[in-house]
Each structure stands twice: as C-alpha cells, then as structure tokens.
Design a protein around this ligand. Structure first.
Ligand SMILES: Cc1cc2nc3c(=O)[nH]c(=O)nc-3n(C[C@H](O)[C@H](O)[C@H](O)COP(=O)(O)OP(=O)(O)OC[C@H]3O[C@@H](n4cnc5c(N)ncnc54)[C@H](O)[C@@H]3O)c2cc1C
Length: 370
C-alpha cells in the first residue's frame, strides 16, 4: 500500500510479479458490492455505566460488545492512535486495559496493515474475534476471509460504525502540526508533545461534542466541533477519500452482524433516551449479531426504535455525500498553507453568494427590499 499525494493509501501492484490471477479484483468490495439489507432489529441504547458512556463517542455499545468478547477469552480489533505521530491504525487487544486504546472515534482513515491476515490466524487457532471498523473495512475483511475454506466463521463477530466518510491522513497531519506549533506547546511542530487526543469530548454535551488535545506542558486545546478547523473541513467534505463519495457499502452492504452509530434525533422519537450524554443507534443485522447484543443487555438501557426515523436523523446510513467544490483547491495548497486559514478560505461561500448576501443586507437596511 502506498500513500498518494492526498495521503490516502492505495494498493500498488508490481507488474513484474503479477500472475494475472484476478484475485485482487475478486476480493475488491468496490468492484463487487453486496446486496442492500434491512436490519432485523433497531434499538436506541445507552450504557448504564455513565463514566463509560462519557468516554465513548455515542452510547458506549462498542465497549460493552468488546468486553463481552474479551471475557470469553477472545480478541478485539479496532482503530487506535499511534502515540508517536498520532496516525490511526488498526490493532488487536486482548485485555480490558488495552481496550481504552480502541474506544472513541478517530476521524481519519485507519491503516489496517496486516490485520485481516491476523484475524484469519486467530480464527484458525480457535479464538473468538470481534472486528470493528468502517463498513468498507468490514466488507473487505469478509471478501478476504471468503478465500479460505473451513474457517470457523461462527467465532467471528463483525461490527461496523455508520461512516459518512473518512478524512485524509495528510489533512490530519497538517492539522496536528498546526495545533502543536501554536500556543499549546513550548516548541514548534512537536507532535511528540501531544499526550492525548479525543475527538468526541462531551464537556458541552453529546450533541455539541468537542475535539480535545492534551499537551506535555498540561495545556489543553478544546474546541466544539463546529468551531474546530479539522472537523469543519471533514463535515464539509473538503478532504474525504474520493471513493467515500460513491460508497459501495452504504445500506448495510458491508455484511456486518451489528452496525453502531450516534442516534441523532433520538429525542424527537424517544425523549427519555436523550440525556445529552450519548445515545447509540444499534442495527442488528444477523441472528449472530442479535445473540451478542442480547448478551450485553444487562449493561444497557435500551428501547426498540424505528429504522426510517433513525435514517432521517442519520442519512449517512443509506446515502453518500458529494465532495466540496474546493476539494482539489485544498489539496493543491495544503503543503504550503497555514491549515486553519486554508480551511477558512476554502469553506467561504462562492463570491456570487457573498455579493448577493451583501447587497440583500444593504437593500434591507435602506428599506428597499423585504
Ligand atoms: C470516520 C468515521 C465516521 C463516522 N461517521 C458517522 C456518521 O456519519 N453518523 C454516525 O451516527 N456515526 C458515525 N460514526 C460512528 C460514531 O462516531 C461512533 O464511532 C459509533 O457510534 C460508536 O460509538 P460507541 O459509543 O459505541 O463506541 P466508541 O468507543 O466511541 O467506538 C469506537 C469504535 O469505532 C471504531 N473506530 C474509531 N475510529 C475509527 C476509524 N478511523 N476507522 C475505523 N473504525 C474506527 C473503533 O475501532 C471502535 O470500534 C463515524 C465513525 C468514524 C470513525
């Protein structure tokens, strides 16, 4: 896998070694999308343990599922930060202590490395495995494992997060360099001075979540998502992976057993399931998923919900988004520009819209326009 100029990893094929078996195309989820599914069960869920819920992005369902697998002697795969340069990669954990590394959303594409092969080896060795990731990662793992006959797939639980898109690792690096060279560190560019990152702090509530970076000198950067330059660019589709805009894994096509997400809008349908500390949407997609979800039910406050209502609050379940009109402009300038100013400039409305708004305001002031 090699990073392109936007920082996204792509497979690189050594033509001199290729034997034209066509296997890479057979296992590619983009070329072979699966069938659209509807969930067997839809739930709003909140972990009863408030501390766990506050440390999680949504309602903490991931940690309960992971704890259940670990208690059976299993292995859990998910996304973690590398504490040296803060890139995001997939790894396995086998203890509750290590589980904290996987907890919480990291809004950047995670590098899966050779985790798919590791999953196969654990299954071969008779271990139970929980693999969590984006829908495309789950679809890819499914295709990879299908190449091997006789694997005990009944010991594998697949859980995906609803994913609107994954941002560029290059944009993430430039953002961190900017933060680490501003008022928060004692020396410029010190990514090593970052001690912890949380993309979903709930200091201002679950709905107004914040991004937080803690530094070696005990200073903290904390910003509500709508003010933070990285989150604004991510949510405006300024630097997300091109294939996300045509995602072949929407509509539960990943093949996962369970899908987890934020239950945005839950208060309108189930008001007692919204205390602004985080509510998970849980889509149970298979019988195996249903059995695992039942096994963690004592740790949850949970109510049955309606799929169409869930989609209304969370269209990312079924629909990809369009790229921002300045996406290529961003990548043309990202290496040479100040990250924050570039995002501000790229997200400004087009000149025509700004002129129209300016003229409208002044006409209204003069009483010439309603
Ligand atoms: C890139 C991305 C986009 C998302 N978009 C949406 C959305 O549009 N709507 C929505 O409702 N929810 C979205 N989510 C999911 C949401 O943020 C929560 O991850 C989810 O609700 C689980 O929360 P939790 O409280 O159960 O557990 P948490 O502990 O918060 O769950 C973390 C889980 O997410 C996995 N994870 C974290 N970062 C990554 C990553 N970079 N790549 C792959 N897996 C990762 C971890 O392995 C773990 O399984 C997105 C998540 C990511 C990573």
């Amino acid at each position: 896998m090699r990073a392109d100029e936007e920082g996204f990893l792509y497979p690189h094929i050594d033509a001199s070694k290729c034997i034209n078996c066509g296997m890479c195309q057979k296992v590619c989820p983009s070329i072979n999308p699966a069938e659209v599914r509807r969930p067997l069960g839809v739930y709003a869920a909140m972990a009863k343990d408030d501390a766990l819920r506050l440390a999680s992005s949504s309602g903490g369902v991931f940690s309960l599922l992971a704890g259940y697998i670990l208690a059976k002697g299993g292995v859990v795969f998910g996304a973690a930060f590398d504490h040296n340069d803060w890139h995001v990669y997939h790894r396995s954990v086998e203890t509750e202590d290590e589980l904290a590394e996987l907890r919480g959303s990291k809004y950047v594409q995670s590098d899966v490395g050779d985790c798919y092969r590791q999953v196969k080896d654990f299954l071969d060795a008779g271990r139970t495995v929980l693999f969590t990731g984006t829908p495309c990662q789950i679809a890819a793992l499914n295709k990879f494992l299908a190449m091997y006959k006789g694997l005990p797939l009944e010991n594998l639980l697949l859980v995906d997060v609803v994913c609107h898109a994954v941002p560029s690792p290059l944009a993430w690096k430039k953002y961190l360099e900017k933060r680490a060279s501003s008022d928060y560190t004692d020396r410029a560019g010190g990514l090593r001075d970052i001690r912890r990152i949380s993309s979903r702090r709930k200091d201002c509530g679950w709905k107004r979540y914040s991004l937080s970076l803690g530094f070696a000198n005990d200073k903290e950067y904390l910003s509500v998502f709508s003010d933070d330059p990285f989150m604004r660019g991510f949510l405006a589709e300024l630097y997300n992976r091109p294939s996300c805009h045509n995602c072949p894994c929407k509509n539960l096509r990943s093949g996962s057993d369970i899908t987890i997400a934020d239950f945005w809008g839950v208060g309108a349908h189930l008001p007692d399931m919204d205390d602004d500390k985080g509510t998970s949407l849980v889509l149970v997609n298979t019988e195996k998923g249903g059995q695992s979800f039942s096994s963690i039910s004592t740790g949850l406050n949970c109510k049955v919900a309606d799929f169409d209502n869930a989609v209304k609050g969370n269209p990312a379940i079924v629909r990809p988004t369009n790229p921002h009109r300045n996406r290529s402009g961003f990548f043309r300038r990202v290496l040479k520009s100040d990250f924050d100013s570039l995002v501000n400039r790229m997200l400004q409305p087009p000149l025509k819209t700004r002129i129209r708004a300016f003229v409208g305001i002044n006409l209204r002031r003069l009483g010439l326009h309603k």
